[in-house]
Ligand binder design. Structure first.
Ligand SMILES: Cc1cc2nc3c(=O)[nH]c(=O)nc-3n(C[C@H](O)[C@H](O)[C@H](O)COP(=O)(O)O)c2cc1C
Length: 96
């Protein structure tokens, strides 16, 4: 991980975005989720993809962060990510 945070204590809600790679999230996301204690935190995942949606990523996030509230996640079609305004608004609304 580049520039890892010393702590995530000051955050209650974490918006976690990543591309779908091989049906799940990239390995660096696993490293990130294994590096901190997410107990009591809320995780809002979103995932760009070319057809697999969230894949099994949300299941793995829940497994890695059993003490966190993990939202269903927002899949975004990668090729249209630049135009995903409504999804971005939805995520911002959830994070409020
Ligand atoms: C190594 C690799 C594996 C991928 N596996 C999947 C996959 O299993 N399902 C899927 O829908 N898209 C898959 N994709 C497509 C990516 O999700 C898509 O390229 C990405 O969301 C768009 O973000 P980018 O502009 O950062 O590539 C894969 C892409 C790469 C490079």
């Amino acid at each position: 991980m580049k520039n890892p945070l010393e702590s995530i204590d000051e955050y209650d809600t974490i918006v976690l975005g990543y591309p779908n790679w091989w049906g799940t999230m990239p390995m660096v996301c696993y490293t990130f989720l294994e590096s901190y204690d997410f107990t009591g935190k809320r995780i809002i995942p979103f995932c760009t993809n070319e057809g697999s949606g969230m894949g099994s990523s949300v299941r793995f996030i829940k497994k890695l962060c059993p003490g966190a509230t993990v939202e269903d996640g927002t899949p975004i079609h990668g090729a249209e990510a630049a135009y995903a305004d409504s999804e971005a608004r939805e995520i911002a609304e959830l994070a409020k």
